[in-house]
Write a protein that binds this ligand. Structure first.
Ligand SMILES: *Cc1c(COP(=O)(O)O)cnc(C)c1O
Length: 440
């Protein structure tokens, strides 16, 4: 008997009781290796002493002060930390409580920027099919996952979608990676011209696609070309790094590896590592100045924005990653994870692709490797993999609809940045046996 409306009504969930390091322990004492950080959230694992100490200290000092009345030292420090490490041109942070809120705020910032600049005709948002930007209505409208959008489509704001950059599925035979990247990026220019010069305000994309397609990195040169197209047409580039950002791919921001900087960037999951709900929009100086020199404020706000407890968590997580040089471990263990996945699944008859960056890796499951034919979605293979993994005390993040929202299955791995070589081996062993069990 429960009074909670859980994500799934049928079935019962184990009760998470405690957690430490990369493990969660349920109320029966069963231990789970958290190889996905939940949904790529728990970047420092569970019960990290530096973070819990910072939270105790903030709680004893002050839990909440409304941002309409006060700023706080902890929020200012987090802002300083985020901007010190931000991509070029980014000058300010807008603190919210999660990824969807960050996306909503970034869309409104883009719109207000153009109003401040006297370009009110710019209103169109272009995003990509198979992307995920959150579940609130604006974020859902930006997202390109058909299954998630369908029931709510009459409520969604107008948005436009181009094809994703997804080499395993959409690169053509005989086309080089660079040629494919250019073709995929040029779809943005075609869409801007179709909608009409001077009417598009923003292009939204995940730098490395997360939950909906499974750790899909961009083709080489793709984002350089996207940046050029945005510049040429005066369109703002919003990078959604809610899942792939804050160190997950081996650099603090995934866009560093693309050699570009966005106008606006959303971050969330790894920002607070799950210790508190927190997200942020990082905005470029030009956007800040358009508000500062125009109406003098950003017409938005939430009750819990800049919450001191959330800021304390974000600050402690980010300081710990720096102090312990954990991005180096993300790169080392990420390379090891990739190697181990290759050894275990490289010749597996039902694994079509292994991909990702850093500690953000995925395998895509196929019924037939040579034709890349997916499994029948009615099999719900992804759900079987999750069940078999949980039975073995392993948390991974499998998802269906990889190709088009309906067809395809993948398993996403996003272990905490503190993961060890030995734990990587254990994760891949348990995943291999869970997969074979689910496929049997
Ligand atoms: C999870 C996610 C979101 C939404 O974040 P919430 O905190 O769940 O609202 C947005 N964008 C991406 C890329 C995500 O992975």
């Amino acid at each position: 008997m429960t009074h909670i409306l859980h994500r799934q009504i049928a079935g019962t969930l184990p009760v998470a009781a405690t957690g430490s390091g990369i493990e969660i322990v349920d109320s029966t004492g069963k231990r789970y290796l958290d190889a996905s950080g939940g949904a790529a959230v728990s970047c420092l694992g569970h019960g990290h002493p530096a973070v819990t100490a910072a939270l105790h200290e903030q709680l004893d000092r002050l839990a909440y002060a409304h941002t309409g009345f006060f700023t706080t030292e902890v929020a200012e420090k987090l802002g300083d930390r985020l901007i010190a490490d931000a991509p070029q041109g980014i000058s300010h942070a807008y603190l919210v409580s999660g990824g969807s809120e960050a996306i909503e705020a970034s869309l409104k910032m883009a719109r207000q920027y153009f109003i401040e600049r006297g370009e009110p005709k710019r209103r169109h948002v272009i995003a990509r099919r198979q992307s995920y930007h959150g579940n609130t209505l604006g974020a859902l409208a930006a997202g390109g996952n058909e299954w998630r959008r369908a029931p709510f489509s009459p409520l969604l704001i107008e948005t436009h979608h181009i094809a994703p950059c997804f080499a395993y599925r959409f690169q053509e035979p005989g086309e080089s990676e660079e040629e494919y990247g250019r073709r995929a990026a040029d779809a943005l220019e075609a869409k801007i011209l179709e909608l009409g010069e001077g009417t598009v305000m923003a292009f939204v994309a995940e730098t490395v696609v997360g939950a909906t397609a499974g750790a899909v990195p961009p083709a080489p040169g793709y984002f350089k070309r996207i940046r050029e197209i945005c510049n040429r047409h005066g369109v703002l580039l919003i990078l959604d790094e809610v899942m792939c950002g804050m160190g997950r791919t081996g650099t603090l921001h995934a866009c560093e590896q693309e050699g570009i900087a966005p106008d606006l960037m959303t971050i969330a999951k790894g920002l607070g590592g799950g210790y508190e709900p927190i997200g942020a929009v990082l905005l470029g100086r030009h956007i800040y100045e358009s508000f500062a020199n125009g109406s003098g404020f950003f017409q938005h706000g939430h009750t819990y924005m800049g919450h001191p407890m959330a800021c304390a968590a974000g600050l402690a997580v980010q300081e710990t990653i720096r102090r312990d040089n954990l991005l180096a471990n993300v790169r080392t263990q990420g390379a090891l994870l990739r190697r181990r996945l290759g050894e275990r699944f490289g010749n597996h008859p039902y694994v079509g692709d292994i991909r990702g960056r850093g500690l953000f890796q995925a395998i895509e499951l196929v019924e037939e490797r040579s034709t890349k034919t997916p499994f029948d979605p009615a099999k719900k293979l992804h759900a079987k993999v999750k069940k078999a993994a949980m039975a073995r005390g392993l948390m991974v993040y499998p998802m269906g609809g990889t190709i088009d929202g309906t067809r395809g299955d993948h398993v996403l791995l996003a272990p905490p940045f503190i993961v060890t070589e030995e734990q990587i081996g254990e994760i891949v062993d348990r995943l291999g046996s869970a997969l074979d069990d689910a496929l049997a």
